[in-house]
Design a binder for this molecule. Structure first.
Ligand SMILES: C[S@@+](CC[C@H](N)C(=O)[O-])C[C@H]1O[C@@H](n2cnc3c(N)ncnc32)[C@H](O)[C@@H]1O
Length: 313
């Protein structure tokens, strides 16, 4: 057997590369992961006929094709693992508690849901299947956004074509109802599910792109932030806060808590789960309400006190 000829990645260049990747998209590689970048990026050196990683770093920073190269390394470094009906407790909380709550409180019949870091699309399609199965939303305008930073993953999501691996926890009932069999091992999502989902390329660390997204009632961002450092996690969580409606819910993966990150979210306790919620702002008080507020020390209303003051003038 021949050992593959690997160009070594020196520690100083590893740290430059790793910091660039962290600042760009939040993915964090500690020093022990040097060999991961070394292995995965070696092919890129050969592809561009570069001598070593110093030249590769220069290429990534300054070459006219650097944007394409960044997309390529994002596709190589991101973990796009996902499947339909992943995290059933959270999905049950979403469909049995969060959706009915939104339905009751909404003044318009519009709901926006975002699956942020949706990889190959199984999560947003699962949400649609749950909503269609639940029923009661037929005359509602429900929009689901699925986004990811990986172009390769989004390509699969848009194609809506899946193999067995994506169905590892899917009941056969859903496969029969919402998919057509394409070839022996491939299934394609039905149009009534697909038409409710829009896919878009969004880097969760890019606040400018996120500000262009409509206000969201629910954001799912599961199994994405585990790969980030605390600083990037905080930035993403703040970006989400800005575009959630008051009272909107953020659902993170079960291993991703915000304990180490100070945030303005409150915790909403559900039957079998907890989600983060953007607090509802108290309604501004009317002039009448303000005038009828009592002075804590005198027990009389502001209005009465003003009347008394005017009478003694
Ligand atoms: C493990 S998948 C999670 C998929 C799905 N949410 C789930 O729970 O099954 C993580 C996804 O996050 C995406 N991701 C990583 N960093 C990102 C970033 N800065 N912006 C947007 N997506 C990102 C990756 O491309 C990957 O597809």
């Amino acid at each position: 057997m021949f050992e593959e000829n690997i160009t070594p990645l020196p520690l100083d260049i590893f740290r430059l590369l790793r910091d660039f990747i962290k600042d760009y998209c939040g993915l964090f590689f500690n020093d022990k992961s040097l060999f991961i970048l070394e292995r995965r990026l070696n092919r890129r050196l050969k592809l561009h006929s570069l001598k070593d990683f110093r030249e590769y770093y220069h290429f990534l920073m300054y070459d006219a094709k650097r944007d394409d190269e960044i997309h390529a390394i994002i596709d190589i470094l991101t973990v796009n693992e996902t499947y339909f009906f992943r995290g059933l407790t959270q999905l049950t909380a979403f469909i049995d508690e969060i959706m009915p709550m939104i339905k009751e409180e909404k003044k318009t019949k519009k709901i926006n849901i975002w699956s942020a870091g949706c990889a190959t699309g199984e999560e947003p399609y699962t949400l649609v299947m749950l909503i269609l199965e639940k029923g009661g939303f037929e005359d509602w305008d429900i929009k689901i956004l699925g986004s990811d930073i990986s172009q390769r993953a989004l390509q699969v999501a848009r194609s809506g074509t899946y193999r067995k691996n994506s169905f590892r926890t899917t009941d056969n009932y859903f496969i029969g109802q919402y998919f057509q069999k394409e070839q022996s091992d491939r299934y394609i999502i039905s149009d009534r599910v697909r038409k409710l989902v829009d896919f878009s390329s969004v880097n969760l660390l890019n606040p400018f792109k996120i500000r262009l997204i409509s206000k969201m009632d629910v954001i799912f961002c599961r199994n994405v932030l585990i790969y980030f450092d605390d600083e990037s996690r905080k930035k993403v969580i703040e970006n989400f806060f800005d575009i959630l409606v008051d009272g909107g819910c953020l659902i993170l993966g079960h291993t991703e808590s915000l304990v180490s990150i100070p945030t303005a979210y409150s915790l909403k306790h559900l039957k079998n789960d907890m989600v983060y919620q953007k607090p509802v702002k108290p309604h501004p008080k009317s002039l009448e309400e303000v005038l009828n507020m009592k002075f804590a020390d005198h027990g009389i209303s502001i209005k009465k006190r003003l009347d008394n003051d005017n009478a003694t003038k």
